[in-house]
Design a protein around this ligand. Structure first.
Ligand SMILES: NC(=O)c1ccc[n+]([C@@H]2O[C@H](COP(=O)([O-])OP(=O)(O)OC[C@H]3O[C@@H](n4cnc5c(N)ncnc54)[C@H](O)[C@@H]3O)[C@@H](O)[C@H]2O)c1
Length: 440
């Protein structure tokens, strides 16, 4: 086991014993003692992200990984080595074929299954895990079709097993600070957000030997927002989506597609087949979302243009506005020193530091990528499993945030036609309580 400092260990073990009492799980059927028990996780998909998640997971005390799965045996072996080094026990590897994870989820020595495979496997693996009585976790997005979203919701409701999409942007320091400020009324009534997944990921679309990667395969044939959950997760929590409000409609349009083709020409030369073929994915996709309570969101998806990373994180209410960016700016009427003028957001990060971030930041910065948010996300995932409590991001969130992809395809294909959101909560959004601000 890797060395942990006292803060993290204390925080994690405290959570194990106190949160159980505070938030007893009423729906999960899993049995077991809530505290002082090892958590046993089966890991499916140990490529780039899965390996990172595994390393983050292994930095927590009391985590065991009895089984790993990947269709590439060398990657599974690398994961076996990592687990053995950290815990002293070598996990069993499942590498036979694309569905070997089915044997993994049937094991009787797992509390949870976590997947970081390509997108199309997330729902089948989580559904199988929940049916086998395990907590289920997935990388983003949780699902790729409307039907898969419903499948997740129905399976979780029928089995009583929680499932979580580990949306790590919800645990960015800036995002958590804003959540606290929203809860304390600093922005007044929320009106609008403008966010985007704007990240030059062209390098992830092609292999070095001249093929499309699994991401590139999606971009070749689909036009819309392929990756909505990073920016929409924070917005959904600020706006109480599925918890007092809900997304009702979306309209989505795309620019023409140039990025993939141009990049293929740069990388492989203009005569390469990948530089000559056409691609469906528009370079910049823009969606507008409406909520039942009269709020709006502008959501960008921009993966294939040369540009710096930017989530935007504009959040606007009746009392003021936050703009993200490198440092972040804010303007609050009656509070900011100069009328009509932004001031730096940094002091507000101190003043309104979210207690979860305050408690975990030291360890988070040491062990977690994405500014430490990966550590906080994993903390939340493991805490719920250990205490047999519901996940803080639940199946309704996973479905609602992921469904934007297929809804955007439909809207783009129909010239931006307005498409209705399914209500995955089936009316429960009216009664469900907002995500609270809580510590470790
Ligand atoms: N939250 C984040 O910040 C973040 C960052 C990167 C990636 N991701 C997500 O993580 C997931 C994985 O992305 P990646 O970049 O690691 O991709 P990757 O291609 O590096 O890894 C995917 C792994 O899954 C394995 N795999 C494929 N099909 C499988 C199957 N049927 N059974 C078992 N294993 C299988 C592959 O062999 C590979 O090792 C994606 O959903 C992606 O969107 C999230």
């Amino acid at each position: 086991m890797q060395t942990l400092n006292a803060l993290s260990r204390r925080a994690f073990l405290n959570a194990a014993t106190t949160v159980a009492a505070a938030t007893a799980l009423t729906s999960a059927k899993a049995k077991g003692d809530a505290s002082n028990r090892a958590i046993r996780i089966g890991m499916v998909g140990v490529g780039s992200r899965g390996t990172h998640l595994l390393q983050t997971m292994l930095s927590f005390p009391g985590v065991q990984v009895p089984a790993v799965c990947d269709i590439v045996p060398e990657r599974a072996a690398r994961a076996q080595d990592l687990v053995e080094k950290a815990t002293g026990t070598r996990p069993e590897a499942y590498t036979k074929d694309q569905r070997d994870w089915q044997r993994l989820v049937e094991r009787d020595d797992l509390d949870a299954v976590l997947t970081a495979t390509p997108w199309e496997w997330h729902t089948p693996i989580m559904v199988a895990a929940m049916k086998a009585g395990k907590y289920a976790g997935t990388e983003v997005p949780a699902a790729v079709t409307v039907e898969e979203c419903w499948d997740l919701v129905r399976t979780s409701e029928q089995t009583g097993m929680p499932c979580m999409m580990l949306e790590n942007v919800c645990y960015f320091q800036e995002v958590l600070t804003l959540l606290r400020m929203v809860r304390e009324g600093v922005f007044g009534d929320l009106l609008h957000a403008e966010v985007g997944y704007q990240h030059d990921c062209r390098f992830l679309m092609f292999t070095d030997d001249g093929k499309l990667t699994w991401r590139g395969e999606h971009g070749a044939v689909k036009d819309g927002n392929l990756y909505p959950t990073h920016p929409i997760g924070p917005v959904a929590q600020w706006m109480n989506i599925n918890r007092g409000d809900r997304f009702t409609r979306i309209s989505s349009v795309s620019t023409k597609s140039t990025g993939l083709k141009n990049y293929a020409a740069q990388k492989f030369g203009p005569d390469h087949p990948l530089a000559k073929r056409d691609y469906a994915l528009g370079d910049v996709n823009t969606s507008v979302l409406q909520t039942e309570n009269g709020l709006t969101v502008t959501l960008y998806f921009d993966l294939c243009t040369p540009r710096p990373y930017d989530l935007i994180l504009r959040l606007q209410g009746t009392k003021g506005i936050h703009m993200g960016g490198a440092q972040g700016d804010i303007y609050l009427e009656g509070t900011s020193p100069k009328a009509h003028t932004y001031e730096p957001f940094a002091p507000y990060m101190e003043k309104y530091s979210h207690p979860l971030w305050t408690a975990l930041q030291e360890q988070a910065k040491e062990h977690g990528g994405h500014g430490g948010s990966d550590y906080v996300t994993m903390y939340e995932f493991l805490k719920a499993i250990r205490n047999r409590t519901p996940f803080p991001q639940d199946v309704y969130d996973a479905a609602t945030w992921s469904v934007i992809t297929p809804l955007s395809f439909e809207s783009v294909a129909n010239s931006g036609a307005v498409v209705d959101f399914p209500d995955f909560t089936q009316g429960k959004w009216k009664e469900r309580k907002p995500v609270p601000v809580y510590g470790a």
